[in-house]
Design a protein around this ligand. Sequence first.
Ligand SMILES: C[S@@+](CC[C@H](N)C(=O)[O-])C[C@H]1O[C@@H](n2cnc3c(N)ncnc32)[C@H](O)[C@@H]1O
Length: 223
Amino acid sequence: MEGTLRSNKVWDQEYKEQEVIPSTSTLRPSSSFREYVAQHRNNLEGATLIDIGCGNGRNSLYALKNGFTRVHGFDYSKEAIKLAKRNARAAHLHENSYRFYTHDLTTGLPEQDNSFDLAIDMTTSHLLDEDQITTLFKEVYRILKPNGEFLIFTIISNKLSGKEVMDVEMGGGSAVEYFIHDYEGLAIKNSFKIVGKDFYESQTHIGNNLFDRRYLKLLLVKG
Ligand SMILES: C[S@@+](CC[C@H](N)C(=O)[O-])C[C@H]1O[C@@H](n2cnc3c(N)ncnc32)[C@H](O)[C@@H]1O
């Protein structure tokens, strides 16, 4: 598509208007993260989380309300980070328990080695190209503690009227570009163990279009 943008400006606009992408206008956490929290409820006390492409902070805030004691969330959209900070203040969370910051993950992750128990990628990494997602996997491996986990919920098929669509219109003549990756191959190449795998299907409204989507949920452990 001509004029396709893969940039934080498109997302800034979306987080200002909260019109097109369902996750920008809700504080309800991702279903796959809710499931993770329910399954690990007894082991979360004191855990640390990094939320990759955190958007409005909905998953980070849910983590803090469910046992995690320290959460870092970052996004390359300044507007997303403004919202996340505002939402955290409105939830009266302890200021020392979270850090939301603007950062483009394609330049690596500005975090210490071995510092997080869990990393989550809730529908962010399918927006990265092959080189960028390779960097992401290497960096997540580096910043996770030994036995730390990486939970991924990602789009692996996005169809409109039966046809795979890789550019999704966001309004105002802009669009986001999707990439399909071999997540299991990336996991193995980067020394992760695959401990959970599920597929989901749903229909999602983006603007005026109804997409048939297939999602992959993957749970990896740093070996
Ligand atoms: C579909 S939204 C999901 C947001 C959030 N994870 C959630 O579940 O609500 C994808 C997010 O990835 C962010 N993003 C895309 N590319 C990025 C990059 N290179 N660096 C940091 N954030 C990025 C976007 O700004 C957007 O907030």
